[in-house]
Design a protein around this ligand. Structure first.
Ligand code: NAD
Length: 444
């Protein structure tokens, strides 16, 4: 089947590579020419495990092609996926300009039946606006009867395990009001539903809301456990034991109840804010969503506060080692990462930072440029050399097993602030550290 994907970001490129690998003929269109040139030679602008192999293999087998020519993209696919970015505007509303731009292009260039699929995360009602935009363009061209169908197909993949999530997703949500669209979408996803039919059909508005509901629920779980962690800290309880105690209840489960220094990334913060704006627009007070956001914003500040408690109010001239810059492991993405709030607070306080991340060094360089108070290094060892304290922001696998004696010899103040609860507080104490985790250990 011929498929075109507009937008070659995390979602578009993963979907394109996976669909091509399943045998479809996939064309990718992006608005950035240099990105397309890089992709043609198999160069991927971000780190995502397994994606490079998939992209190279399918370029070689000529099932995956890249173009800057949007008209060619519209002509190529029977199914046209829109997976462009929907960044937040200043007030938090999702900006759907790029989605509607692509809809306009589709209306201007289509010449036979198309299924237009909105995969970007968009406010409820946007897919209907996509339909109107295409209709208007067809009217302007004088061919209002050219047939097309629309579908909302929100994406649930996670950065860091995106390929696995796309090919083995728990469900495929399809919002449509057309039987013909259903048939084409079943053909598109047929390779993934052989064992189990995971497609959930619904109306368009419900499909759009399902995506926001999923991200709001997951954000709420994280803020919930962080709130319990803050309580545990003050009550002398250990949140890690509480986590096990509640996670064992199948109604609650273990997923997404890890206490830490807050959630970040390109989705949870943006999508929760957009949902809050949507609620406001229909005159509903989103009390729970506001609380989830507020708890998260507060949580992102705990690392800096703990560090100040450990080292004293004046951090000027101190050297702080930071392990992990990405918002989570297995990605280079630093959008809204807790590390960013820490770095910026440390610089404001006059501290120097030595940071290491297995994948996000280039991204950090791109965001912050060259600064005298910021040294990016290539190993975890170099980051802690001659530092006063260590802060862990991301739970990369390589930070879990550490020679504690060696680590203590590197840190002049023996302070470790662990935003991901990687170590045992008793072992850390025995090894001579002042160890500050989240919701356990020292009462700080
Ligand atoms: P991204 O910013 O990584 O990529 C978006 C791409 O769209 C960019 O390459 C950009 O150049 C391109 N683009 C913009 N306008 C275009 C146009 N008119 N024509 C062609 N290309 C255009 O974004 P992303 O992370 O892939 O997210 C895309 C959408 O999917 C967003 O709505 C996001 O909320 C949603 N989503 C993201 C994730 C994730 O983990 N990143 C997961 C699920 C859903």
């Amino acid at each position: 089947m011929k498929i075109t994907i507009f937008g070659t970001g995390y979602v578009g490129l993963v979907a394109a590579a996976c669909l091509a690998d399943a045998g479809h003929q996939v064309m990718c269109v992006d608005a950035i020419k240099s990105k397309i040139e890089d992709l043609k030679s198999g160069k991927i602008p971000f780190y995502e495990p397994g994606l490079d192999i998939l992209v190279s293999r399918n370029i070689m087998q000529e099932r995956l092609i890249f173009t800057f020519d949007a008209a060619a993209g519209v002509k190529h696919g029977r199914i046209l996926f829109i997976s462009v970015g929907t960044p937040a505007t200043e007030d938090g509303t999702a900006d759907v300009r790029h989605v509607l731009d692509v809809a306009q292009l589709i209306g201007e260039h289509m010449d036979d039946y198309k299924v237009v699929v909105v995969k970007s995360t968009v406010p409820v009602g946007t897919t209907h606006n996509v339909r109107s935009k295409i209709d208007e363009a067809l009217h302007r061209r004088g061919c209002p009867d050219l047939p097309f169908g629309v579908c909302s197909n929100p994406e649930f993949l996670k950065e860091g395990s995106a390929v696995q999530d796309f090919t083995k997703s728990a469900r495929i949500v399809l919002g449509t009001d057309s039987e013909r669209v259903r048939e084409f979408m079943c053909e598109c996803y047929a390779p993934y539903i052989r064992k189990l039919d995971k497609i959930i059909f619904m109306d368009i508005l419900s499909a759009e809301l399902t995506k926001y509901a999923a991200n709001a629920m997951l954000s709420a779980k994280i803020s919930f456990i962080n709130e319990i962690a803050n309580l545990a800290e003050r009550l002398g309880a250990d949140v890690e034991q509480v986590r096990k105690g509640i996670g064992s209840d199948p109604r609650i489960g273990y997923e997404f109840i890890y206490p830490g220094c807050g959630y970040g990334g390109s989705c949870f913060p943006k999508d929760l804010r957009a949902l809050i704006r949507t609620a406001e627009q229909v005159k509903h007070e989103p009390a729970l969503f506001r609380a989830v956001e507020e708890v998260n914003n507060r949580q992102k500040r705990v690392l800096f506060e703990k560090l100040r408690k450990a080292l004293g109010e004046n951090l000027s001239g101190k050297t702080i080692a930071v392990w992990g810059l990405a918002f989570k492991p297995n990605t280079s993405d630093m959008r809204e990462a807790p590390s960013r709030m820490l770095l910026e607070a440390l610089w404001k306080a006059g501290a120097h930072v030595q940071a290491y991340d297995p994948a996000a060094i280039k991204e950090a360089e791109y965001i912050y440029g060259k600064r005298d108070d910021f040294r990016l290094v290539n190993t975890r060892e170099a980051a802690v050399t001659a530092a006063d304290a260590l802060v862990i922001c991301t739970e990369w696998q390589e930070f879990r097993a550490v020679d504690l004696e060696w680590l203590r010899s590197q840190l002049s103040q023996s302070v470790v602030v662990d935003g991901r609860n990687l170590f045992d507080p008793h072992e850390m104490k025995q090894a001579g550290f002042r160890y500050y985790a989240v919701g356990r250990g020292e009462n700080c």
